[in-house]
Write a protein that binds this ligand. Sequence first.
Ligand code: MN
Length: 291
Amino acid sequence: MNNKKIKSINRAGSSHWVGDGFPVRNFFPSSGVDKDINPFLMLDYAGPAQFKPSARPKGVGEHPHRGFETVTIAYQGSVEHKDSAGNQGIIHPGDVQWMTAGSGVVHEEMHEREFSKNGGEFEMIQLWVNLPAVHKMTSPRYQTLLSRDIACVKLDQQGSIARVIAGTLQDATGPANTFTPVSLIDLKLTGDSNVILPVTRGFSSALLFMEGEVEIDGATIADEPRLVLMDTAGDTIEIKSSRQSRLLFMAGEPINEPVASYGPFVMNTKAEIFQAISDFQSGKMGRVHTP
Ligand code: MN
């Protein structure tokens, strides 16, 4: 066991609205964290924000993706997804949607109807996971990972828990099917925990600190959300909490291939980006609603 050092503690690099439904803070790449978090491409933290009741669901209308996966974790509020591959689903607090854009989907991401009507507190994370070249043009896939199917690990006697969405922790394995080795684990710590997370040697790893107060590698992180990027050396992360805290742990095997990205498309070369734009514009990625 060799505890990792912190490489950097990062605040959000930008804040903006995605459509009219997602007031997000972007923790990478706008923070400057980029290659060191490979195979992850982007992390938006939406809310926590209060939404007033609305007759028309807010959100983000039809837009394309190609070449990677979008992972949406619902903490508060509910989101409805529809895409051009014919997939559709609703995720409620605790649920996760793992969408493989692959060769291309057009989708919309809206607040769920009931949530829109009643309004309320809204909090989500969207994480983009890259695909290796060999799988970039795979058929689109959609996995709804319901809260009850997400493995829950008791971390101590005080009530700290880990929800394993992808990868393994102790004897629990997350329900997500991934193309490359990825761990995604939601942590809820009590005010007095000491947790040790194993990380495969050579993998990138980071924690999104959302709430509470923790100590990692001698640094105190409290109150405000931060992305804590860990060094590659070492094979464990030790987290001590002094208040009830919430964090999202991510780790993955770097995909050592060129990255060419343009908005919603992430490929290996510029030519593939031009092809993606052309395929979207000519309707090859389909539509959510038939005009
Ligand atoms: Mn999208």
